[in-house]
Design a protein around this ligand. Structure first.
Ligand code: HEM
Ligand code: HEM
Length: 275
């Protein structure tokens, strides 16, 4: 399979134009294959493993209120506006490529700017108002990753309960952070290659070869979002994850759900709310 579409510059040298759209097909089927594989794994293999978070009670259970706020109103608003802009970007970016012609470009860059504003807002909100470190992979998570791997191979390892986010959520968030940055920076540059009322067109900013690199980076991170979004929505609608999905709609989780997944010493909550 070709990875890139190539062309020639005015001097006859071969240059990159963009990624090959075969990678879009690959990203889509990778997402579907992951979902199918995981759905079978969850029925056949997972029940044989030591369940999560047996272990000894951490002693902080008494402080956990009946309902625990998982996502504040502002965080939920951010998530849903970002999700809507991302789904619009995916639809406007890829439907024309798979054959559904419509005038996509204006809707695309406007949604792109909304996504970028959401991300800027989220950086400020998460840095000053949320528990910043709760979503990042820290040295302690590597221990958890090793334990989880050993457990997958059938060893009786008690992984223990986690803080607010388990390592798979942290990995997903890290991937989204990296590729959203790439797609945003390249998307902003690509706005100089089209007519918009926001910035004057300036396609001479880069040589044809360098524009090719910008388009390749935009395309590559865009197709990764196809796989990331398919798997993310799959986990959100799995019956065993619905307690978390409800919290992304209504804000809080019940005490029982909290205690069966979280160690209250690692995600400290009080009667007044999470810390
Ligand atoms: C994950 C989110 C995004 C996806 C899936 C996506 C997807 C795409 C795709 C498939 C194309 C066609 C590229 C080509 O012809 O080689 C494109 C073009 C474009 N994208 Fe995005 N994009 C995303 C985010 C953004 C952002 C954040 C912006 C910034 C405002 C943006 C601005 C543009 C522009 C201006 C073009 C048109 C370039 C042209 O036709 O010359 N995109 N995008
Ligand atoms: C419409 C379908 C979607 C549903 C049902 C959904 C659901 C959820 C839920 C339930 C969570 C919270 C997980 C937790 O509490 O630990 C979450 C978090 C998150 N979502 Fe979505 N989401 C959707 C679309 C998207 C899209 C399109 C993006 C774009 C990148 C996105 C990015 C994120 C990020 C970065 C997080 C934080 C990391 C995490 O908690 O795992 N979501 N989503």
């Amino acid at each position: 399979m070709e990875l890139f579409q190539v062309g020639t510059d005015p001097w006859g040298q071969e240059i990159l134009i963009r990624i090959s759209w075969g990678l879009l097909t690959l990203a889509f089927w990778t997402g579907i294959a992951f979902v199918l594989f995981h759905a079978v794994y969850a029925v056949v293999w997972k029940p044989k493993l030591t369940p999560d978070g047996g272990g000894v009670p951490s002693g902080a259970e008494a402080n956990v209120p009946q309902r625990v706020v998982r996502h504040t109103g502002a965080a939920r608003m951010f998530h849903w506006v970002m999700a809507a802009s991302m789904l619009t970007l995916l639809a406007t970016g890829f439907l024309p490529i798979v054959g559904l012609e419509f005038s996509w470009l204006n809707i695309h860059w406007i949604s792109g700017l909304i996504l970028i504003l959401c991300i800027l807002y989220h950086i400020v909100h998460a840095s000053f108002f949320l528990d910043f470190w709760s979503i990042w992979i820290l040295p302690g998570d590597l221990k958890e990753a090793m334990q989880r791997t050993r457990r997958q191979f059938g060893q009786a390892v008690d992984v223990g309960k986690h803080g607010k986010y388990p390592i798979d959520h942290k990995l997903y968030h890290l991937s989204v952070t990296i590729f959203a940055l790439v797609v945003s920076v390249t998307g902003l540059l690509m706005m100089l290659n089209i007519d918009t009322p926001i910035v004057p067109r300036n396609e001479t900013l880069f040589t044809a070869a360098n524009w090719g690199i910008v388009y390749v980076l935009h395309g590559f991170s865009s197709v990764l979002f196809v796989t990331l979004t398919i798997t993310h929505i799959y986990f959100a609608i799995r019956p065993d994850k619905l307690w978390m999905t409800k919290a992304m709609v209504f804000g809080s989780v019940g005490r029982d759900d909290f205690l069966s997944h979280h160690d209250p010493k690692r995600w400290v909550v009080t009667q007044d709310g999470p810390k």
